[in-house]
Design a protein around this ligand. Structure first.
Ligand code: SF4
Length: 278
């Protein structure tokens, strides 16, 4: 069984959504609604712009030339995001930088697949001592809202937990084969829509790693113990149905969440992170 932060998030939000998406592979011809009143087509366009931004930053990081920014009169939001990225000070990140780095971390009998937008780390050229190297996971975020989410919001995200866990559990090949310790790791979210506060940083600790390992391994065991559709019930929190593509299939309407942050992580199918086979 291969899991990812997307599939784990879906399972936590709604076991039935996990079943429909990853086990039954149920296609459903309904556009995902836009949170916060966004029109579904506008939301899809917003997600697409986010994917294009990720590709442009990847090309920039690889030095293969995406420097020609989009025309502001054609793609104003994308042009704004990219100009903000180019103006961002990245000098505090470790020197070795690998964009779109995929990793499968061991998870009992399963594997946890992650793909970091960027992993920045020290290597033998800059820090010979493997125990003194820093490893920073960077995620480019185009989330919207009246103000940036709090640090605690980022700390709680399953993405944060899964990404940091997987770096410690499976990142040794990027540290000359020596296991990476939690205190060497951190995660930074770059916030395209909040130029006055462009970074949200989350540190890590041995206690955090132990808690994440327990939580993620428990979720994996819970998923593995279920088999048929009836083992994967519909969520009791109908706020999770509001923007779900399966809501007509489940005969759910949803209940908008007034405090919702307009995230750039779709609930299903639109992810630019490919899933491995279940
Ligand atoms: S509509 Fe609601 S119950 Fe159905 S899969 Fe989506 S989140 Fe789950």
């Amino acid at each position: 069984m291969q899991l990812s932060q997307h599939s784990l998030s879906d399972f936590v939000d709604c076991p039935r959504r996990y079943y429909l998406h990853y086990v039954a592979r149920q296609a459903w011809p309904l556009l995902e609604s836009g949170p916060g009143g966004l029109d579904p087509l506008e939301y899809r366009s917003y997600l697409t712009r986010g994917v294009v931004l990720h590709r442009m930053i990847e090309r920039h990081m690889l030095g293969i030339g995406a420097e020609k920014p989009p025309e502001p009169n054609q793609e104003p939001e994308l042009a704004l995001w990219y100009s903000r990225f180019l103006a961002t000070d990245l000098s505090t990140l470790p020197a070795q930088r690998v964009p779109e780095l995929a990793l499968v971390a061991p998870l009992g009998d399963a594997g946890l697949y992650v793909r970091y937008d960027l992993l920045a780390f020290d290597d033998e050229r800059t820090v010979p001592d493997t125990s003194a190297r820093r490893f920073v996971i960077v995620d480019w975020k185009t989330i919207r809202g009246n103000s940036p989410p709090s640090t605690s919001w980022f700390v709680r995200r399953l993405q944060t937990r899964a990404y940091l866990y997987s770096l410690v559990a499976g990142g040794a090949p990027y540290n000359d084969g020596v296991p990476i310790t939690p205190d060497q790791c951190s995660m930074r979210y770059w916030l395209a829509n909040f130029p006055g506060q462009p970074w949200a940083e989350v540190g890590y600790s041995a206690a955090g790693y132990a808690a994440d390992a327990r939580m993620i391994q428990s979720l994996a065991a819970d998923i593995a113990a279920r088999a048929t559709q009836s083992d994967f019930p519909l969520t009791t929190d109908e706020r999770n149905c509001t923007y779900c593509t399966y809501r007509t299939l489940c005969n759910r309407v949803g209940a908008p969440d007034a405090d919702l942050v307009i995230d750039d992580e779709p609930t299903a199918d639109d992810s630019d992170v490919p899933e491995l086979e279940y």
